[in-house]
Write a protein that binds this ligand. Structure first.
Ligand code: PEP
Length: 249
């Protein structure tokens, strides 16, 4: 059975005390069953988050990392730095990184390789813009984002990869893909992985949906066969909402 995952991307939100309060509140909700629960605070608060989640069901991920191992990259953070404070998962390829920080398939391929070289898990995000969907080009866009970045990986590396389909038009907009649109794209993605690798590998890969998932729509989206959980932005900033979403699986 595929792992169910709900991950919260906090983006550039929450200062030190808010980080602690949100983690305490999430911890107090307890018992998330077999669902893997991940939070991604800012770099500044990762060590704090790791220490507050020791011996809990909550894992802590980074929102990004640099593609190089070390060196003269002012302001950047390497996977070794993340590993050294107990971070085992990194989100890569978020649409905001692509749109505002110029990340492209080539950069992301290097980042994925570097994360895997440091034995980290990768939540790899991709998704089409509104114009792509309107022009019917969304499958092609998603296919090229995945294949350009991940299809050089050896089969064994895929045990460390989680895919996150996030249509850009649904992120932070309140507009979500319908459960049917999500299922259609997730099935397409799983099929792509099957064609490139094999059926058993494709069946093992968790594919998350992201884009305005809220307590009111999570259950219907998560009920779809190829949707294995969610990557949550805004609603992950409320312990009550995030917990309801986790328990919707
Ligand atoms: C995201 O940023 O990954 C995201 C899905 O945001 P939101 O849930 O706010 O749409």
């Amino acid at each position: 059975m595929r792992t169910k995952i709900v991950a919260g991307n906090w983006k550039m939100n929450n200062e030190k005390t808010e980080t602690s309060s949100l983690i305490y509140a999430l911890n107090s909700q307890g018992d998330f069953g077999s669902t893997r629960v991940i939070i991604a605070p800012s770099y500044v608060h990762l060590a704090q988050a790791v220490s507050l989640t020791v011996d809990t069901e909550i894992e802590v991920a980074a929102q990004n990392m640099h593609e190089a191992t070390s060196g003269a990259y002012t302001g950047e953070v390497s996977p070794a730095m993340l590993s050294s404070i107990g971070i085992q998962t990194v989100i890569l390829g978020h649409s905001e990184r692509r749109a505002y920080f110029g990340e492209n398939d080539a950069t992301l391929a290097k980042k994925v390789t570097n994360a895997l070289d440091h034995d980290m898990d990768v939540i790899f995000c991709f998704g089409e813009e509104l114009e792509d969907r309107k022009s019917g080009n969304h499958f092609e866009v998603v296919k090229s984002q995945i294949s350009n970045t991940l299809f050089e990986l050896k089969s064994a590396a895929w045990s460390k990869i989680v895919l996150a389909y996030e249509p850009v038009w649904a992120i932070g907009t309140g507009e979500t893909a319908s459960p049917e649109q999500a299922q259609e794209m997730h099935a397409f993605i799983r099929n792509l992985v099957q064609e490139q690798y094999n059926g058993s590998l494709a069946n093992q890969v968790s594919i998350l949906y992201g884009g305005s998932v809220k307590p009111g729509n999570a259950q219907e989206i998560f009920s779809k066969q190829d949707v294995d959980g969610g990557l949550i932005g805004g609603a992950a900033l409320s312990a009550a909402d995030f917990t309801t979403i986790i328990k919707s699986i």
